[in-house]
Design a protein. Structure first.
Length: 475
């Protein structure tokens, strides 16, 4: 049993894309689509140059350069696992403090797309306003001469291309953010404007930032994943990727300098990205948040185990059907109820072995994007928010740092210390938790939500997670 090698001549590939952020998701998603396209004999001038702007990216560069930039991708289908070596990336640029190699590569005329997966928290968004934050310390440091952050490097390369009269590349976010093209545009133009308003005006007028929706469950790599790679003859690969069989990519067709013909391999190009994106973020990502914290508090390790628990599954079903799905607008050629059924099937896949801890990660960035908008829509419609308030209360209870059994919960958020301090105060005064304006905005001022949250957190401490879930399902 061996991993399948690329079905094309990699020596025929030339670069057309620089991708910043070579994590698991990119290598199981965008790189796979391009690999499929290249196997059809199409788009060979759209190969990827990998890049990173953080010190840890150097370790990924070494791991991939040592294996000719090939990535092992293992699809975890319950009917049988398959593995392949993805060859869409042909080089990984040096990781440097000044990003000189990255800026130089992005200046090359043949680079027509710069894409990113820098995580939801990597766009310098002020959580309170939902807009670009020029006061972020990394932006303040980069502002006088942008080049050190990913967005600074993009600004520097666009400035160089303008000076050399080379048409600008398209900037394409592949991160799981509402309006990810708009968010990326705000970061690039916002940073440019801090030092060069004329350049910022030129970027706004000339650079495309297409919105896109991306989807594929891709667990973190650990001993289990490396053992699986070894079964497929890849024991020497330190960074294999595992993923579910499902994948989806929906993108606005806004690429002035051209793009690979990815519609040939299943990518949807549409002006209705926002509809697909809202459906996915509310139902899938909101669903992940819904099952994450009760599972964490009940000492459940894996997502499929949480889905097999009737209390957690029942909680998910009721929250989704009563408080999330009713406020998801129609999506072209999509049955939203059937889409939710597919989500349940995906969450329940035992082969993926995704962990509850991964789903619990970074709630301070994810809750405002995946849960709070559904709360606002339900409140505006006069609907129930009891389930969504319980989701928030479960997150608060999790951040206390101790499961229902008394087992410690290791830090699991960039803001863990602050969250834990608030969660401990909120045990006696739940409204302390809602005072986080960067998360909840003015929701603390809504008596329906404040009352539902206070009741839920009080009962979690009094009765424990299982009994509270049981009461919610029965109610």
């Amino acid at each position: 049993m061996y991993a399948r090698l690329p079905h094309y001549d990699r020596t025929s590939l030339t670069p057309g894309i620089v991708h910043i952020g070579l994590g698991n998701f990119h290598r199981a998603h965008m790189a796979v689509y391009l690999d499929d396209l290249f196997a059809l004999g199409l788009g060979h001038d759209w190969a990827i140059l990998g890049a990173g702007v953080r010190a840890p990216d150097a370790a990924m560069r070494k791991a991939l350069k040592d294996q000719d930039c090939l990535s092992t991708v293992i699809e975890l289908d319950p009917s049988g696992k398959t593995a392949r070596r993805i060859g869409a990336m042909i080089d990984f640029l040096p990781v440097q403090d000044d990003n000189a190699a990255l800026i130089g590569a992005m200046t090359r005329p043949e680079i027509r797309i710069v894409s990113l997966t820098v995580t939801e928290g990597g766009y310098f968004i002020n959580p309170a306003t939902g807009t670009f934050d020029p006061a972020d310390p990394a932006i303040v440091a980069d502002a006088p001469n942008p080049h050190r952050t990913a967005f600074g490097a993009i600004v520097a390369a666009l400035k160089a291309r303008r000076a050399m009269e080379i048409p600008p590349f398209t900037v394409m976010s592949c991160d799981n953010l509402p309006g990810n093209g708009h968010v990326t545009r705000a970061a690039v133009c916002g940073l440019a404007r801090l030092s060069d308003s004329a350049l910022a005006d030129w970027i706004e007028a000339n650079v495309a930032f297409p919105n896109g929706m991306v989807d594929r469950i891709t667990p973190a790599t650990g001993p289990r994943e490396r053992a699986l790679a070894a079964q497929f003859g890849q024991a020497d690969d330190p960074v294999p990727v595992t993923c579910e069989p499902f994948r989806q990519w929906v993108v606005e067709d806004n690429f002035p300098q051209g793009r690979p013909p990815l519609e040939k391999v299943g990518v949807t190009f549409t002006p209705h990205v926002h509809a697909f994106e809202m459906m996915k973020i509310r139902i899938l990502n909101g669903g992940h948040a819904t099952i994450a914290y009760p599972g964490g508090l009940m000492d459940i390790e894996y997502v499929h185990e949480a889905m097999a628990n009737p209390l957690i599954r029942g909680f998910l079903d009721r929250v989704e059907r009563e408080e999330i799905i009713p406020y998801v607008p129609p999506v072209p050629e999509t049955d939203i109820s059937a889409y939710y059924g597919l989500i349940v099937q995906r969450f329940s896949n035992p082969e993926v072995a995704d962990t509850e801890r991964r789903l619990c990660l970074d709630g301070s960035n994810r809750q405002p994007k995946f849960i709070v908008p559904s709360i606002r829509d339900a409140l505006a419609a006069g609907g129930s928010v009891a389930g969504l308030a319980l989701v928030s209360a479960l997150w608060c209870r999790y951040c206390y740092g101790e499961t229902d059994s008394g087992a410690p919960i290791a830090p699991n958020d960039p803001n863990w210390d602050a969250l834990q301090a608030l969660a401990r105060q909120a045990k006696a005064d739940p409204m302390v938790w809602l005072s986080q304006r960067t998360i909840y905005g003015d929701l603390a001022d809504d008596p329906r939500f404040a009352s539902a949250f206070t009741d839920a957190l009080t009962r979690l401490w009094r009765d424990g997670t299982a009994r509270v879930l049981s009461a919610y399902i029965a109610g």
